[in-house]
Design a protein around this ligand. Structure first.
Ligand SMILES: *Cc1c(COP(=O)(O)O)cnc(C)c1O
Length: 231
């Protein structure tokens, strides 16, 4: 058995190493703790250890955690695929959406959001059938087509590396996203500053940080071996 605190120590050690490797500061890195698999008690514990960015991937999970935690200092990230009919439920409860992956979602956000939402456009860099997101060659046109949307700010791009891929493939995925981010940024669109990169999960966050990620989304590494499996 581990404690969350022990896991935090290993993660922070690894973050420190990767940041040094990349000659970057800890302050420039947002660690989004993905609490989608864990209880309210476990989420409370990570918050008490100083983590204020929490990520959820289901409306029900998000709302349950928000209502139980009642803490205005928490920044809420929606990280999973969001069904159009659920937009109304969550869009005014979150600070960041990491999964803007289709035009119909943008249209629904435009209709339902009360103020501009900070969004990451999701890119399927590796072209996997199982993943949603735009292919790299669709991203520019999609972002240009958001010009008339008042409720969407494209603050960056997000991707997931293929599962169980080799280091080189993962690194290439992340560096391609960064390059694409730089290209969008050069367009100089007021609604798409596109300064941020959301990439890196428990399996691959060290590589993501070396490749310039400033929002890592880490779940299982925080919570592994902290509970006895139910079955
Ligand atoms: C679940 C999830 C994560 C966290 O995954 P871990 O492997 O547990 O770190 C990050 N991003 C997205 C989009 C997820 O769905």
């Amino acid at each position: 058995m581990n404690t969350i605190e022990q896991n935090v120590h290993s993660i922070e050690d690894q973050l420190g190493k990767s940041l040094r490797e990349a000659q970057r500061d800890r302050v420039g890195l947002r660690v989004v703790v993905v609490t989608k698999y864990v209880s309210i008690e476990q989420a409370k514990e990570v918050v008490s250890l100083g983590y204020k960015d929490l990520g959820e991937n289901r409306p029900e999970g998000l709302i349950a955690k928000q209502e139980a935690l009642q803490d205005d200092s928490i920044v809420w990230h929606y990280i999973g695929s969001l069904q159009t009919r659920k937009v109304k439920k969550v869009i005014n409860r979150i600070d960041y959406l990491h999964s803007l992956d289709r035009m119909s979602l943008a249209e629904e956000i435009e209709k339902r959001a009360e103020k501009p939402v900070s969004c990451f456009v999701q890119v399927n860099v590796a072209g996997e059938d199982s993943k949603s997101g735009f292919s790299p060659d669709e991203v520019m046109d999609f972002i240009r087509s958001l010009a008339q949307f008042e409720k969407i700010t494209v603050i960056g791009l997000m991707t997931m590396a293929p599962k169980n891929a080799d280091t080189q493939t993962i690194r290439k995925t992340f560096s391609e996203l960064k390059q694409l981010r730089d290209e969008v940024q050069l367009l100089g669109l007021s609604y798409a500053p596109c300064t941020e990169l959301s990439m890196g999960m428990s399996q691959d966050y060290p590589i993501a940080i070396e490749e310039g990620s400033n929002f890592v989304r880490i779940g299982s590494a925080f919570f592994k071996n902290t509970t006895v499996d139910e079955d």
